[in-house]
Design a protein around this ligand. Structure first.
Ligand code: ARG
Length: 506
């Protein structure tokens, strides 16, 4: 069968020459492997195009029926087409239909269409689905983070800058910071969807067609909201794909940061969290090891994704207007990026669901830390109405004293030691009062005193969690509406196909 199709290939596609491509050249040119991802969309696009061709009088009902019959067979069993022997899915699909029908019938399928608008149509349809899948996985991860946050509103922990102990905080606050970043990442995809979900079909090779095709009809049949109207733009532009891969790159950068944090906190040195056995790997040599490999793979994949991003941009940026075959080469990078992000989001959700938080350990480290210093300084500002800079000097000198005395917690300084420090910094504040402030300011008290909006204060945590849960619900509803619209459109297309098939048999 393959050889007979190949025979057709030279007859059908190579009108200028009657010779087939060299095997090596064909292999080099072919996007067959990457087009596996596009077969389904190519079939749908072709169904819609042929229905429209029938509606404008190019295909008779019987011709349409035979073409649709062949396409349905393909939809049921995509292995029927032989991608490797053709330059791409578009050629193999047309060859299959011609073989199943005849050149007289199948040969009409490509009227007013070019592989140039066909490929970009398929890519837009696939990316549209990818965006919806990725958005679903993002919302699942967001919900898991919100759940963990709700369990840890009062879990006191340290916050780090420069990876040095910085301020006392709550664990939920940190998890919510991931949620905020993920929502921005989601939002980028959400709006990109509207730009992707426009139909380029009918752009032809670049300059449209003299046949009066109905572009709005095919767009509607395929569930698009509107057209990429300019035929040059429709076939030449890949900016939305650059935007897509960039958005994915940013998502992976967010996931990479989360991974880096979780990896660090699960070390014996930090020991803030435990990652479940099911989501860790062991060492072939060191029996005691439990390694956070899934998180490391996410972090590693984020590097690969930035590579995909550069690949896509570098290919696109060197091209003049109009389709060039270089554009074929962006497909593997795009598919790989989509796959990586989907896998990583699902793995990250599983890790988050499974982490065990060592609350006592977090609290103990916070209790023994000088990260409380800024809170003490602020209390001096509030209660003693002294300039922050002066308070900063006093507390800095007290920390210095405590460190020199064997890293004493500030609350264990003796009154005389505080007096010595006050004398040294020329402050006339009473040592007793300062000590009282220090002793009263445990990490739990200090987070409850945080008053700025968006702080680790458990009250703020509760507000943020409610707002973010509501936001997740809004996105979930909008997303399911989008998915429903697509499903309904494609179901309707299926019905139109079926009706035409029935009519063609009458
Ligand atoms: N396989 C090509 C791609 O993936 C399809 C378009 C080919 N168009 C052409 N004029 N050679 O981009």
């Amino acid at each position: 069968m393959i050889s007979s199709i190949l025979q057709n290939a030279s007859i059908v596609y190579r009108s200028r020459s009657d010779r087939n491509l060299e095997d090596n050249t064909l292999r080099f040119l072919s996007s067959g492997e990457d087009d596996n991802e596009l077969i389904y969309y190519d079939v749908l696009g072709t169904e819609a195009h042929c229905i429209m061709l029938h509606e404008i009088g190019i295909l008779t009902i019987s011709e349409l029926g035979q073409i649709l019959h062949a396409l349905l067979e393909l939809e049921r069993n995509t292995t029927l087409i032989d991608l490797a022997s053709f330059e791409d899915v578009h050629e193999s699909l047309e060859a299959f239909v011609i073989q199943q029908t005849s050149l007289q019938i199948g040969g009409k399928m490509h009227t007013a269409r070019s592989r140039n608008d066909q490929v970009v149509l398929d890519m837009r349809m696939k990316i549209r689905d990818d965006i919806n899948n990725i958005s679903t996985y993002m919302l699942d991860l967001i919900r898991s983070l919100l759940k963990k946050a709700a369990e840890n509103k009062k879990t006191v922990t340290l916050l780090y800058t420069h990876l040095q102990q910085a301020q006392v905080g709550t664990f939920s606050h940190l998890l919510l910071s991931y949620v905020e970043a993920l929502f921005r990442d989601l939002d980028r995809l959400y709006f990109l969807y509207n730009r992707i979900n426009q139909c380029p079909l009918g752009g032809g090779a670049i300059g449209g067609s003299s046949i009066r095709i109905n572009r709005n009809r095919t767009a509607l049949l395929l569930g698009f909201r509107g057209l990429v109207i300019n035929s040059i733009d429709a076939t030449s532009s890949r900016d939305t794909m650059c935007e897509h891969v960039s958005s994915l790159g940013i998502i992976m950068t967010t996931l990479s940061r989360i991974s880096a944090d979780l990896i660090l906190w699960s070390t014996s040195e930090f020991d803030y969290i435990d990652i479940s056995e099911e989501n860790s790997s062991s060492s072939s040599a060191m029996p005691q090891k439990k390694n956070p490999d899934p998180l490391e793979i996410i972090r590693g994949k984020s590097g690969l994704l930035l590579g995909s991003m550069i690949s896509v941009f570098s290919i696109v940026k060197s091209l003049p207007t109009g389709y060039s075959r270089d554009l074929q080469e962006i497909k593997p990078a795009l598919w790989e990026a989509s796959r990586s992000v989907q896998d990583s989001l699902q793995i990250m959700k599983m890790v988050i669901d499974s982490i065990y938080v060592h609350r006592e350990r977090m609290e103990q480290v916070a209790n023994n830390s000088y990260a409380i210093s800024i809170d003490i300084a602020e209390q001096l500002v509030i209660r003693k109405r002294i300039p922050f800079r002066t308070a900063h000097k006093i507390i800095g000198a007290l920390v210095e004293k405590a460190v020199r005395n064997g890293n004493l917690p500030l609350a264990q300084l003796k009154r005389e030691q505080v007096e010595e420090v006050l004398h040294k910094v020329k402050s006339d504040l009473p040592a007793k009062e300062i000590l009282q402030i220090i002793i009263g300011l445990t990490p739990e008290v200090s987070v409850c005193l945080r008053a700025s909006a968006g702080s680790p204060n458990p009250k703020h945590q509760q507000q943020m969690i409610s707002i973010l849960n509501r936001k997740a619900s809004e996105y979930e509803t909008a997303l399911s509406n989008r998915k429903r619209h697509l499903r309904t459109s494609l179901d309707a297309l299926r019905k139109v196909v079926k009706n035409h098939l029935l009519a063609s048999n009458e």
